[in-house]
Every structure is written in structure tokens, then in C-alpha cells.
Ligand binder design. Structure first.
Ligand code: SF4
Ligand code: SF4
Length: 143
């Protein structure tokens, strides 16, 4: 079945950092082992020390970045200090399965929230969207 986004979607991140803050009490930025390893290396820390200091493990066994004062611990002066190696889900948002499931879901989760989804933004092609959805799913299933 054709996806509603088959002709692409207008999107270009303005780096406003809204999505680095808790939304409706949700503050889950998943970080699998490969992602934690990259960030640990960036901070010149052993993986175990990084994980203990910057992440928490939820009941589902997955690790999430800590949030401080309502935003991700790596957001400083409205900028991500891990920008070049940020976790997959930060890099691929809003092209997640759940947000792209329907036009209505996209409106609720993205259009009504993210300034980068302005209709005047450049169009991201369907192939790129699909690739990012798959990357997000792959990253999510790794612990
Ligand atoms: S809310 Fe949208 S525009 Fe703002 S940082 Fe996140 S993705 Fe970019
Ligand atoms: S890792 Fe960076 S991009 Fe991701 S939520 Fe934290 S500050 Fe934002």
C-alpha cells in the first residue's frame, strides 16, 4: 500500500532544540551500546562509567539518556554537545515509524510541534524517509 509520504515530506531542522526537552512527561532518548560507546569515547570515559553517569536503565532493559531540568543532559545553551555523534533517534526524528504511521499521527507528533516541518522546508524524498525509519528501528532493537 502506498504510504502517505510517497512524494516526500517538507522538513529541515532549524536546530531549535525543542525535541531535546521532555514533552508530555516523555523523556526517552534511547542509547544502545554502540551509541553509548561513541559518546563515552568522545568524553574519554570507559563505557561503564559513561553509562552510570549519563544514562539510566528502564524496566524494558533499554538505556536512556538522563534528563536534567527537563532537557537532555547533553543539551547545553540550546545546543547538543554530541551533535556529530548524537544517537540515531535524534538524527532521524521525525522519520520514525510511529510518527510517520499516518497523516494524523504526523500532524499530532510533528507538524503541531516542530518548526522544521514547515511546508516551506525542502522536501525529504521518500527513499530517505524509509532509510531513516529503518535505521531508527534497527537502533531501537539493539540494547
Ligand atoms: S523540534 Fe524540529 S526543528 Fe526543532 S530541533 Fe527538533 S527536529 Fe529540529
Ligand atoms: S543527544 Fe543531543 S540531539 Fe539528542 S536529545 Fe540530547 S541534546 Fe538533543
Amino acid at each position: 500500500m502506498d504510504k502517505w509520504w510517497k512524494n516526500g515530506v517538507a522538513f529541515s531542522c532549524t536546530q531549535c532544540a525543542k525535541c531535546c526537552s521532555a514533552r508530555d512527561d516523555a523523556s526517552y532518548v534511547y542509547v544502545n551500546q554502540g551509541e553509548r560507546q561513541l559518546m563515552a569515547k568522545e568524553l574519554q570515559l570507559p563505557l561503564a562509567t559513561f553509562t552510570k553517569r549519563y544514562a539510566r536503565r528502564a524496566a524494558d532493559g533499554k538505556y536512556y539518556l538522563n534528563f536534567v531540568d527537563g532537557h537532555c543532559i547533553f543539551l547545553e545553551d540550546k545546543k547538543c554537545i554530541m551533535h556529530d555523534i548524537k544517537p540515531t533517534q535524534c538524527r532521524t526524528w521525525p522519520f520514525w515509524e510511529e510518527a510517520m504511521a499516518s497523516k494524523a499521527e504526523y500532524k499530532k507528533q510533528v507538524l503541531d510541534f516542530c518548526p522544521g516541518s514547515n511546508v516551506d522546508s525542502p522536501v525529504v524524498k521518500a527513499d530517505d524517509i524509509k532509510k531513516q525509519i529503518n535505521e531508527t528501528e534497527d537502533a531501537f532493537f539493539e540494547v
